[in-house]
Design a binder for this molecule. Structure first.
Ligand SMILES: Cc1ncc(COP(=O)(O)O)c(C=O)c1O
Length: 375
């Protein structure tokens, strides 16, 4: 059987990885400034991560959600402590799309409405409602296009209110810093306006922290900079450092009922310990501080790249914008300099999403490689 060919692939076969480095089958070392698409948070193969998951799988890897699982309770408590999001309930699932799917479902169940407002250049995943609220027609099949969605310009409060006035909207979903869309972030006032408008028109404010959450921006959640209280927060990616896990933080005012949400694999024992280790290592190694320090260093060093048109983003969620398409540059960085980076919807934007353990010396290597290629 052949693979269903949906990805254009680089001809590299990673076989092992350690902290910020990935090694291929020829033992060539690659500097990972992509984190497997913002997934690697505490570094590849962190010893505590390997030990804890190995010990857990030798005891109990999985049992169903029909019995007690204290690891889920422990994860909810740790998450509360670490994020300072005190008035939420946790529902665990397996991916970012699934987190958004469940978030939208809760909003629709609770408001009794079905239209959703999303924003231009948004990306929320590839499943039913998650892909429908994604602003990319190419990945929306006719079956998904049945959803009632309005895509509004990022930052346009007036258009949001005009739409909400019809009282048929169950949710407004937004990435406070867009990932795939290209690192756009609006003013704090815009996010505060969204909060107020959602309350006024009985719609839920869903903040998609799948990519920006778990410390990637230097705050635990990107929305926290804007001092708002979302109704629902969706999480995944960095949460498991590569172990598939997603989650939905649902405000305490939203009451659950049996059958409203459910999953076979979500919140399994291995996924819970993976995420618990991520939080432990983030605390033990003060990774939020590292994100802020290295980010400041990166922004300073980037000034030495004369061809750089703009630098966007926050923390270790960074976009380098040039006035030419970066596809060739990205390929050269991988093939010649052995550095992984990411791309975006904007063809001129190179994305930097490294493990949160990265050090200044790694940034130096990248900036030197970039200067060399661009000169
Ligand atoms: C902001 C955001 N939301 C949702 C998703 C979907 O996550 P997953 O691929 O785990 O389904 C992504 C993936 O890139 C994302 O960046």
């Amino acid at each position: 059987m052949k693979l269903f060919n949906v990805y254009p692939l680089f001809d590299i076969t990673p076989v092992k990885a350690k902290d910020v480095y990935v090694y291929d089958k020829n033992n060539t070392q690659y500097l990972d400034l992509y984190g497997g698409h913002a997934v690697i948070s505490i570094g590849h193969s962190h010893p505590t991560y390997v030990k804890t998951i190995s010990e857990q799988v030798s005891k109990l890897g999985f049992y169903s959600n029909s019995v007690q699982n204290p690891l889920q309770v422990q994860l909810a408590e740790e998450l509360t402590r670490f994020s300072n999001c005190k008035s939420y309930q946790l529902f665990l699932c397996n991916s970012g799309a699934e987190a958004n799917e469940n978030a939208l479902k809760v909003a629709s169940f609770k408001t009794g409405k079905k239209k959703v407002i999303a924003f231009k250049n948004s990306f929320h995943g590839r499943t039913s409602a998650a892909v429908a609220v994604t602003d990319n027609k190419k990945i929306i099949a006719p079956i998904n296009a049945q959803q009632e969605i309005e895509i509004i310009d990022f930052g346009n409060t007036k258009a949001v209110e005009n739409s909400l006035k019809n009282n048929d909207v169950c949710a407004v979903i937004i990435e406070c810093i867009q990932g795939v869309g290209g690192l756009q972030e609006a003013s704090s006032q815009f996010y505060k306006n969204l909060r107020d408008l959602c309350t006024k028109y009985n719609a839920f404010l869903i903040v998609d922290e799948v990519q920006s959450g778990f410390g990637r921006t230097g705050d635990f959640f990107a929305f926290q900079k804007h001092d708002i209280t979302p109704d629902i927060i969706s999480i995944a990616k960095g949460m498991g450092n590569g172990f598939p896990i997603g989650g939905v933080l649902i405000h305490a005012d939203i009451k659950p009922s049996f059958g409203m949400l459910g999953t076979t694999f979500g919140g399994n024992h291995l996924a819970c310990v993976a995420s618990l280790v991520v939080l432990k290592v983030m605390r033990d190694e003060a990774l939020l501080k590292n994100v802020k320090d290295i980010s400041a260093y990166f922004f300073e060093k980037a000034k030495a790249i004369p061809q750089l048109k703009n630098i966007k983003g926050r923390g270790l969620m960074i976009g380098l914008e040039f006035n030419f398409p970066i596809a060739e540059l990205r390929k050269t960085l991988i093939e010649k300099h052995h550095i992984f980076t990411g791309n975006a919807m904007n063809p001129n934007l190179l994305r930097i999403l490294p493990p949160l353990t990265i050090k200044k010396e790694h940034i130096d290597v990248f900036v030197e490689a970039l200067k060399k290629e661009l000169s």
